[in-house]
Design a protein around this ligand. Structure first.
Ligand code: 5BU
Length: 439
């Protein structure tokens, strides 16, 4: 909202500038994290004569296109300007393209540090965080002026304590797991689909319940990411229909990486047609998904014929199917009775159905067989969402409280400065949550 109040915008940027001065930060140019921090950065630039750069958020492949606009020289130091810091992830997304064009980044200024682990994360990457305010300071001030009650203050403090994003520091008061669970090893022999069994065994052997969603721009980038995060994942999830091309050679290379790093491939195709059509879509077309993807998924909207159609193609190839019982997006219609019906259909088709895409299986009101696996998208180190309806839960929330088995992480990993390092962090967080919830 501050963008609409020039006097506040001006005061806010002066408070941030004052913090930088008192902390002795030195820089040649500055860059706001798109988009909310851009007016703040502009204001600081105008008032203090420090040149500004702009990062184009939509340019993903900053190696080939111009992601950083403005006049600068290699070796100059660039200050990052941001409104809020939670996990530090969005700051890191801006550091990467700046470093790519040989700018040095050492300092970050924010209006509010939400004190959820962002500072530690940035420090670990050699960045100094300067915040005009911490969230506790703001809370204390609001309470002092009777603008919020002490009950609200306590609730906010508890939320902050329970939603720490720095995975190497377990939250002081983590909520206890809602339900105790069986180990992945113990569930493996209970899986009736052979791939389901293989996945439980793989997770136990490799000690990972992380799946990375490799939603990058080209097959080459995807293969590169698969090689980097491969050691940390049990499943690599793909959307090959977003690429300009997808060939048998790409598929072969992906299968080789799956063998090299010991992971399964999951093409997140979300089939949703009648049996006869999905037979053609799954086995043929330009993607020939059944030839290379171990796992795929389907909506149950058309009725059980979709399972029969997919089974006809996938069963003899040793593939497995996940049914979409819930979705992570805001306003999803997949809930309540629909979810229960999906659970029942999975129980009846366990030869081919290996499990579910779920969000909160503990809240379904029905028990699912332990041989069926639950995989959950919409995971980041901090709860929140994007501007197109995605909703995020934390690894501990997904595995511990909601009772899922596998966390699926996309942007939290592939947009990180170092995706392999981010994958390692998610892996550790997911595994710790699993171990904490064992009976
Ligand atoms: P993200 O970048 O971590 O938000 O990516 C999530 C991935 O999971 C992405 O590939 C989605 O297509 C996918 N997804 C999802 O987000 N929510 C769902 O309910 C299902 C899949 Br099903």
């Amino acid at each position: 909202m501050i963008v609409s109040y020039p006097d506040i915008l001006s005061k806010v940027s002066e408070a941030m500038w004052a913090r930088l001065q008192s902390n002795g930060a030195k820089f040649d140019v500055m860059c706001g994290v798109p988009y909310t921090a851009l007016p703040i950065a502009t204001c600081m630039s105008l008032n203090h004569g420090t040149p500004m750069l702009m990062r184009r958020k939509e340019v993903k492949d900053y190696g080939t296109k111009k992601a950083i606009e403005g006049a600068f020289q290699a070796g100059q130091t660039c200050l990052i300007v941001e409104d809020l810091v939670t996990s530090g992830m969005s700051v890191q997304e801006t550091v990467a393209p700046l470093e790519e064009v040989k700018l040095k980044v050492t300092d970050v200024v924010v209006l509010i540090d939400r004190e959820q682990g962002g500072q530690a994360r940035l420090e670990a990457d050699g960045l100094r965080l300067h915040s005009a305010f911490t969230l506790s300071y703001i809370l204390d001030t609001l309470v002092k002026h009777a603008l919020v009650g002490e009950d609200v203050q306590a609730k906010v403090k508890q939320f902050i304590a329970e939603n720490q994003t720095n995975v190497s520091m377990p939250p002081a008061s983590a909520a206890p797991a809602a339900k105790k669970r069986m180990t992945y090893e113990a569930r493996a022999p209970l899986a009736k689909n052979s791939l389901g069994r293989e996945l439980f065994e793989l997770m136990a052997r490799k000690k990972t319940n992380l799946s990375v969603a490799a939603d990058v721009g080209s097959p080459e980038e995807m293969l590169e990411l698969a090689d980097a995060v491969g050691p940390h994942v049990c499943v690599l999830k793909t959307h090959v229909d977003v690429f300009d091309s997808w060939t048998a050679d790409h598929a072969k290379k992906l299968e080789e990486l799956a063998a090299k790093h010991d992971f399964l491939i999951f093409e997140d195709r979300k089939f949703a047609d009648i049996g006869n059509t999905v037979v053609m879509q799954y086995g043929g077309g330009i993607y020939k998904i059944a030839d290379w993807s171990h796992i795929t998924n389907a909506h149950l909207v058309p009725g059980p014929g979709i399972i029969d159609g997919l089974k006809k193609v996938g069963m003899e190839k040793g593939r497995g199917l996940l049914l979409l019982a819930e979705m992570s997006s805001k306003g999803t219609l997949a809930n309540g009775d629909y979810t229960k019906k999906v659970a029942a259909a999975a129980e009846e088709n366990q030869d081919f159905v290996m499990g579910f895409i779920s969000v909160s299986p503990n809240a379904w009101g029905v028990e699912t067989s332990p041989g069926l696996i639950h995989m959950t998208p919409g995971v980041q180190l901090a709860a929140g969402g994007d501007d197109l309806g995605q909703q995020y839960n934390t690894p501990a929330g997904v595995i511990g409280e909601r009772g899922s088995d596998v966390i699926i992480v996309g942007r939290g990993v592939y947009k990180a400065v170092d995706p392999a390092k981010a994958a390692k962090e998610y892996r550790e967080a997911g595994w710790r949550a699993y171990e904490d919830s064992l009976a």
